[in-house]
Each structure stands twice: as C-alpha cells, then as structure tokens.
Design a protein around this ligand. Sequence first.
Ligand code: GAP
Length: 453
Amino acid sequence: MTEPVPTVDMEKLVSLCQRRGFIFQSSDIYGGLNSCWDYGPLGVELKRNIKEAWWRANVQERDDMVGLDTSILMHPNVWEASGHLTGFSDPLVECKQCHLRWRADQLEGDRCPSCGGELTEPRQFNMMFKTFMGPVEEDAAVVYLRPETAQGIFVNFDNVVNTTRKRLPFGIAQIGKAFRNEITTGNFIFRSREFEQMEIEFFVKPGMDKEWFEYWVQERLNWYSRLGIRRENLQLRPHGEDELAHYASMCSDIEYLFPMGWSELEGIANRGDFDLRQHVEHSGKNLEYYDDVTNEHYLPYVIEPSAGVDRSALAFLCDAYTEEPDKDEIRVLLKLHPDLAPVKVAVLPLSRKENLTAFARAIYADLRQHLITSYDDTQSIGRRYRRQDEVGTPYCVTVDFASLEDNRVTIRERDTMNQIRVPIGALRDTLQAKLAGEDLFVLPEGGEVWKEG
Ligand code: GAP
C-alpha cells in the first residue's frame, strides 16, 4: 500500500483563502497581528456551516445531549480547581544569541533551530491569557480568558441536571472561543492564540467509561467522513502514558494529514471524575448525581470529544482542494460537501441585457430566501464557472435568452460539470433535493440532461 500524501501544499491554500476571501491576516493594514486570523465573507459561511453541522449531529439529532453557551471570563478559582493555573504550561527556552523562543519539548537538538545558538534552561510558561476585571489592575482583580470551553460545562453540571432532568448517560455540548498564549504558533489557522472549540462533555456511570470512549472515537471519526474527508487522510493516535494531559486517563487524537504532515484535529479524552471532583473540593458544593435506578450517589465519569473549529475548517479545505486538467488549463475546485459549501448556488445570466438581468435577478431574489446564493454577471460564462468551482459552489444556475422563451434554466454541477435544464417552477425544489444528496439525475417533469462541452 502506498502512503497517502497531503492533498495540497499550504502556500497554495493560504493564497486561495486570501485571494477569494476565506481568511485574512488579522489587522492586515497595520502589518498584521501574528497568529491571529479574520474569516472573510466566504470563510465566515464555511465556519458557520461547520458549527451548524456539528451542532446538528451532536445536539439536534440526539436525545442524550443538550447545549450550553457559557462566558469566556470565569471565576479565577475555576482555573485553580481545574489545574490550569499550575499545570497548563509548556517548557519555554530562549536562544541566548538571537533571542527567539521555543518550546523545549518540540526541539530535536539542544541548540537554537534558527541560528544554532545556545539555549537557556527551560522554564514553565503558563499559557493562560491574564487580564483584569474592573478599573484597578491589582492581583485581586485578575481573571483569565478561558483556555478551553470545557470548564464552563463542568461548573454548570448541576444546573443542567436540575433544569433538564437529564439522566445518565447524557452530554453537554458547547461551541465557543478559547485562548492560549502559545509559545509557537503557525501553519496558518492550525495553531493560533485565539481559536474556537466544539466540545462535548459526556457524563456516564463510572465503569461505563471505556465503552463510551470507544463509541465517541468512532462517532467523531464518522462525522468527518460523512462530511467528505477521505478516510485515508484520517488516523487515530492513542496517547502514550507520558503525554496524557493532567486530567486524562485515556486519550486518542483524530489526526488529519495536513500539508505539514499528520497532526491533531480533535482529541477524545477520558477525564474520569477529575474535574467534577476538583470543583467539589474547591467550591464546597456537592455535585454528586443521584442515580434513581440504583439509588446511589456518585460523581459521573466524563468522556470528552474536543474539536477545533479552525482546524476542522483547515482540514475540510485541504481535503476539498482539487486540481484537474481541463482542456489546456488546470481547473481548481473545492469539492466541499454541500452542507459546508459557503455559497450553495450562483445565478449567472448569460449577458447583461436588461430583460435577461431582470429575469435572473428575480430568480436570485427567490433563491436567496432559502439558500446562500450569489449573483455574478461579469466576464465570460466559462470564467464565472471556474470562479465558483474555486470556492466550492455546488451549483450554478445559468439564465440564457432561451430562458425568456421557454421559462427554463440550466443547472450546472460543480464536480461533474454536468448540466440539466429545468423549468423555473421546479428550480428551487430541484436544487434543494440535489443539495440534500438526492439523485442528481432525477429530473422534474419537462427537464432535460446534457454534458458540458
Ligand atoms: N478540553 C480539552 C482540550 O481543550 P486540547 O487537545 O488542548 O483539549 C482540543 O484542545 C482541540 O482544540 C484540539 O484538538 C484542536 O482542534 C483545538 N486547539 C487546541 N489548541 C489550539 C490552537 N492553539 N489553535 C487552534 N486550535 C487549537
């Protein structure tokens, strides 16, 4: 078997993302802020779609999960209890010659990778961002930007049990920003200091944790596959004893074959009762669950699938990136799953003649009520198709002069470039059926198929 190779190199992808408005460097006009990124008009749609697909699969479609949206700033004791104040640090070394800083655990030799200079002894560097609450910058006012969304879930465990009357096993899901003052960042949006997480804390009866751990590993792998990531570009990597986070007894990473090689996309950890127990100790509140089946009180164990929105976006973009020979050119397309594609449909009138424009605009106005739709009447139709291919738009609707006579328009499909002609009255239903994955060649009455060329 041959080893899979990354589908795209990073430079190409970054360039496409900037050129087409997926992702920009933050504060660009001031020279940029290192490791911070802004999602542009297409990027914001992609990101929303990823979060929506995750929420749908994990909250909406399940009856054993509820959602939560907790604040980024939390009581400082939370971070003492969770172990982040003492344990959430990386070993930092600095080059005595060029003063670049590195993570000691990521270096291969003991000299500076940039200039070969001598390095200082490692010191533990806490990765939480610190700020002050209120107008006085004093120790008593110190608060932290959360480094994970998970703790907001743990401290609300009792609130959720009491208000929803959920019984074990059940989970709490949250999507939100997290902040880490990483020593080294890079690889585009892979590792940044401000990012978004999609986390589940799934509470189970102690003893059931191993089974649920395996369940969630498979479930999460399947989620990426269902949304189009090729299985050969995903792998599982169980953590060794020596690399487990301070709270975990088991952990498996789902890795993706990013342009820089296999790297973590999501971590699934068995956190046992570590967090709830710590919060009981530090808050003095009883967080035990009453099991009315066995008549016992206990602290549940927790399985935590923790994914990054930005890393998912990067993985989906990499996996979708395709170059195909097309006549004398290379056709670049993003084969994004329709659920993730930023724009679902583009309406393209063949010319800017007034009667055609009015006709096409009316179609655009109708489709826009139901689907993210764009409108483009610049340049040749071939170039417009290529522009839509490059940003992953699954369908283009072409309006030509015959449309004015026969009330039919052409739907052109991104991946196959097949075209079908359908009556206007059936356009929206046909598009929605296709976007939902129904057979491409089922035609409405009065429809017709042909090949582009
Ligand atoms: N609550 C557990 C937790 O936070 P983690 O492995 O530290 O576990 C989970 O983070 C996920 O968050 C990672 O798999 C990754 O997708 C994302 N993530 C973590 N640090 C990140 C960073 N600096 N930049 C972008 N994404 C990050």
